[in-house]
Design a protein around this ligand. Sequence first.
Ligand code: ZN
Length: 144
Amino acid sequence: MLYALPQGCCRCLGPAERTIEIRNTHTVTKDLKKYTRRYEIQVPICQKCFATVSRYRSIRWWVCGILIGCAVVAILSSIGMRDSDAQLGVLFSGCVLLPLSIMAFMLAASFTEPAEFDQEGRLRFKNKEYQALFDQANSPKILS
Ligand SMILES: [Zn+2]
């Protein structure tokens, strides 16, 4: 998919010095079959926003990694437990923590990413002004 990307940082509209990759994967069901769609684009961004978004991304990965690690440790350690009540409790909390950490990761992404692809594959920017410029640049042109 080719888009006309407006000049300027997609986060603060300042002068863009580089680009950042926006990537999303959606699973769509069509005719009872599941398809995975991958979207990827480089969007313009300034150095300051790039540093901020990169920091958010690494914090997200770390927090999610630690949470998943805790969940796996809980699930694995429950295997060797003798007390069956405690075993069930630890196993249960591990099983709850696992999807929760993935949900937290995705929720954090929706707050900290400068742009995302929606379910229809349309690029959506957090910055409303940039979104307006983007919509303008990508709207169908009336030629006559
Ligand atoms: Zn910026």
